[in-house]
Design a protein around this ligand. Structure first.
Ligand SMILES: [Fe+2]
Ligand SMILES: [Fe+2]
Length: 391
């Protein structure tokens, strides 16, 4: 196990959570000032860690690699079935104007007419969703950091590697569809958005999963459910704004995320069955460290707290808030039947107790952050040509 120390940073409260709104007052600006100008190294991630925290790598005991090897055929029968055959999958072009058709320009006009009815704050959230989807290379990289399940060659035939590649291929359609829709909508500054994507992929992400698939699959279970909720709420709001086509787009993406959530949480469910102690410790560790959102290092070349600002808008619109974070946690505690786990070590029992009490603790944070939302200021977003949007 390798331990790498991070630079000392301010200590976060033990009750803090890297979730929208709740963390707004807990973000740090790591830019430096030189000659009166604020500088930030391009693509240098902000690490939001406490002063005594260390980055741990390869934290899974080497002998556990055998467990994942022995799960190969189980994964083939139980996880790969969650993938959809390519010819049964929707493709972005199914929901976009067809460039070879006579009605191409009319279809764009209709799309832009519908988009006119959609407010800027909704577009900020949709752009945030698109940017998070477009940083897909980072997520495939992350999955391939996990010991015992990584794609060793880039075309490895193991069930784990097959899943990772096919999952990536399914996810790739999300960013493509949202990107093309937003481009055609005529409502957003594509250049500012494209810059943000380039910065984000260059920054990567730091989910603190330690090359450890126990931690990693807890993280992905959480994240897929969180994105299912976000895209689902984006669909609901698009419908309210009268854009049924956009609602359909967001709904389709949400359905994919749900299917992915089912697969990842099935893996963790199986790990609970095989190795309850290791798995509850992993779940508790991930919850204690907080689930950082995949796009948490978002930057547009100007706003160092861009992710928090986007997340604040998403929370205010009811797309994803600290309350949803608590709901996801509670859902996973129930789905994995954490309360019913028996024959745990004393450490495992402590982790069980900690995890079971967490959703309630997070709800308290959610309520507090909701109170703060009432005095939220306006903020210009480069993504919508610096038009001001309420946080
Ligand atoms: Fe996605
Ligand atoms: Fe996903």
């Amino acid at each position: 196990m390798a331990l790498i120390s991070y630079h000392p940073l301010p200590q976060l409260s033990t009750l803090s959570v890297k979730a929208p709104k709740a963390c707004m007052n807990l973000t740090f600006n790591y830019s430096s000032s030189k000659g009166g100008e604020t500088l930030k190294k391009p693509c240098s991630p902000r690490h939001e860690m406490g002063s005594n925290q260390v980055l741990v790598t390869n934290s899974m005991a080497p002998e556990k690699i055998e467990i994942f090897k022995s799960m190969e055929s189980w994964a083939e029968d139980n996880i790969l079935v969650y993938l959809k055959p390519v010819d049964k999958c929707w493709q972005p072009q199914d929901f976009l104007p067809e460039p070879t058709s006579d009605g191409f320009y009319d279809q764009i006009k209709e799309l832009q007419e519908r988009a006119k009815e959609v407010p800027d704050d909704y577009f900020v959230v949709l752009v945030g969703h698109m940017i998070a989807e477009e940083a897909l290379p980072t997520y495939q990289t992350m999955l391939n950091t996990f010991d015992g399940v990584r794609d060793e060659t880039g075309a490895s035939p193991t069930s784990w590697a097959t899943w990772t590649r096919a999952w990536t291929a399914e996810e790739n359609r999300h960013g493509d569809l949202l990107n093309r829709y937003l481009y055609l909508s005529g409502r957003v500054d594509m250049r500012a958005i494209e810059k943000t994507i380039q910065y984000l992929i260059g920054s990567g992400m730091d989910p603190r999963t330690e090359n450890n698939p126990y931690l990693g699959y807890v993280y992905t279970s959480f994240q897929e459910r969180a994105t299912f909720i976000s895209h689902g709420n984006a669909a609901r709001l698009a419908k309210q704004h009268g854009d049924l086509k956009l609602a359909q787009i967001c709904g389709l993406i949400a359905a994919d995320e749900k299917r992915h959530e089912n697969a990842y949480s099935k893996i963790v469910q199986k790990l609970f069955e095989i190795e309850p102690d290791t798995t509850i410790l992993a779940f508790s560790d991930m919850m204690r460290k907080k689930i950082s959102m995949p796009a948490h290092l978002m930057y547009d070349g100007r706003d160092y707290n861009l992710f928090d600002h986007f997340a604040a808008v998403a929370a205010r619109l009811g797309v994803y808030s600290a309350r949803d974070y608590a709901d996801v946690m509670e859902h996973l505690v129930n789905y994995w039947e954490v309360e019913k786990l028996t024959s745990l070590s004393p450490e495992g029992r402590k982790a069980q107790e900690f995890v079971c009490g967490l959703p309630q603790r997070f709800r308290i944070i959610a309520e507090r952050s909701q109170g703060r939302a009432k005095q939220a200021p306006f903020m210009p977003f480069s993504w919508v040509y610096d038009r001001e949007v309420r946080l």
